[in-house]
Design a protein around this ligand. Structure first.
Ligand SMILES: Cc1cc2nc3c(=O)[nH]c(=O)nc-3n(C[C@H](O)[C@H](O)[C@H](O)COP(=O)(O)OP(=O)(O)OC[C@H]3O[C@@H](n4cnc5c(N)ncnc54)[C@H](O)[C@@H]3O)c2cc1C
Length: 393
């Protein structure tokens, strides 16, 4: 299927559409070609291994892909739309949301340091991570605190020029492979004002990867349970001012949510394309599946939902890139894309019949991976809470 058949129409003036810029098309073509050549063919192997090799981070770093969306001062280029373009193209070339999670964890691990960190932290952590030499994680979730971020318990007690950290984190993306983690810790009172962010190096005594978690999907993305037992962290590893961790986490959730929304919409679009190609060549009762009206209508509805999700995510990310306050709309965009994805992956597997249930079929991977899109980065229910609050209820 031609791309254009599922691409939402551009606004009247192309100049007003930040998605439609020549330099972005070059980035898109470069990522798509790299992903088709170097990523997609290895995905099954990486899913079996439970992780992506480090050399891939280095290759993406060398191409400048990991810098997409970060300021030039820290080795980046472009804006959020460039970062979303990278995820869209990885998926379009046969990658997956799990692959995006594994390769682009820096997208959630670095923004706090970029915005609130000092030059020494930027030199030590941000530049080498954008170059693909280091892998960072963001560790907020704990066994007893997920959606309720303000309730985290991992403690950081100040003793002289060090913090002594104790506690545990779970479901941490790239936590097994990471070289450092940006960790939400409690440095003060109960609630949101007592939370700070600390960078903790892997290898610091007492920082342990307890286990690599086994999951339903995102199989190529390693996910860890971490423990901190009297870990001594220099005060200089504090990101921003003490007590500002919660505000920093909330501010940076916006880009994570937009990224997940873009991935969800891109996977939905990809599944429509795969399903259409399959339905045109698969025969039942002597005819291609697409000769059955019920199948045509199924594909039409899948295409409608994927197109609406893509269009809305593009519109909201353009508004965000222009500096508009669109936190509520980002929550809406994430749920719109995730609900479209849930519908589309389910129908895509159904359209493939028994083949759709088989390991190694692309729609089967997308079906497994889809479930976490409504959980990570804030659940569907938490997105609805954000929307309801704006409605005054
Ligand atoms: C594969 C994967 C990767 C992840 N990566 C990371 C990572 O890199 N770093 C990190 O810090 N975390 C990560 N997470 C954690 C993720 O952010 C949390 O799982 C998520 O925020 C939900 O928290 P929870 O699992 O504790 O669920 P809970 O908060 O316990 O929620 C359980 C259920 O109750 C619902 N619920 C909770 N509160 C409300 C409410 N007020 N109103 C209505 N419903 C509510 C939720 O929506 C959910 O359906 C990851 C999770 C997964 C599965």
């Amino acid at each position: 299927m031609e791309d254009s058949q599922l691409t939402p129409p551009a606004p009247a003036s192309d100049a007003s559409n930040p998605w439609d810029r020549p330099e972005r098309e070059m980035l898109a073509a470069m990522v798509r070609s790299f992903a088709a050549r170097e990523l997609a063919p290895h995905l099954d192997e990486w899913e079996r291994a439970g992780e992506v090799p480090r050399k891939i981070h280095l290759a993406l770093g060398a191409l400048g892909v990991l810098g997409a969306g970060f300021p030039e001062a820290v080795g980046g280029s472009g804006n959020i739309i460039d970062a979303l373009t990278v995820t869209e193209e990885i998926v379009a070339a046969g990658g997956s949301s799990g692959l995006c999670a594994a390769l682009l964890t820096h997208g959630i691990a670095l923004p706090h340091i970029v915005r609130a960190g000092d030059p020494a932290q930027i030199a030590k952590y941000v530049l080498p991570t954008i170059a693909g030499e280091l892998i960072g994680s963001l560790a907020i979730t704990e066994p007893d605190a997920g959606s309720d971020v303000a309730n985290i318990a991992t403690s950081a007690r100040r003793v002289g020029d060090k913090f002594i950290v104790n506690g545990s984190k779970t479901y941490i993306t790239s936590g097994v492979r990471c070289d450092f983690a940006v960790v939400a810790v409690r440095t003060g009172e109960k609630g949101r004002h007592g939370i700070s962010l600390l960078i903790i190096d892997k290898g610091t005594p007492g920082f342990q990867v307890v286990r690599k978690l086994e999951k339903m999907g995102w199989l190529c993305s390693d996910t860890a349970e971490l423990a901190f037992s009297d870990v001594e962290v220099p005060v200089s590893n504090l990101v921003g001012a003490q007590g500002t961790g919660f505000a920093q986490i909330m501010a940076n959730f916006t880009t994570e949510r937009l990224s997940m929304a873009a991935q969800a919409a891109a996977v939905a679009k990809r599944c429509v394309e795969i399903s259409l190609a399959w339905a045109m060549q698969r025969k039942s009762f002597g005819e291609p599946l697409t000769n059955h009206q019920v199948i045509r209508h199924k594909l039409a509805e899948m295409a409608r939902q994927a197109t609406v999700a893509t269009s809305f995510v593009h519109e909201i990310s353009a508004a965000f890139a222009q500096g508009r306050e669109v936190g509520t709309e980002i929550a809406m965009a994430k749920n719109t894309a995730v609900f479209a994805l849930d519908y589309v992956v389910n129908e895509a597997v159904q359209l493939h019949g028994g083949l759709g249930f088989m390991r190694g079929t692309e729609v089967e991977r997308h079906y497994r991976d889809a479930k976490v899109m409504g959980i990570g980065g804030g659940t569907n229910e938490i997105m609805n809470e954000i929307i309801a609050k704006r409605m005054g209820i």
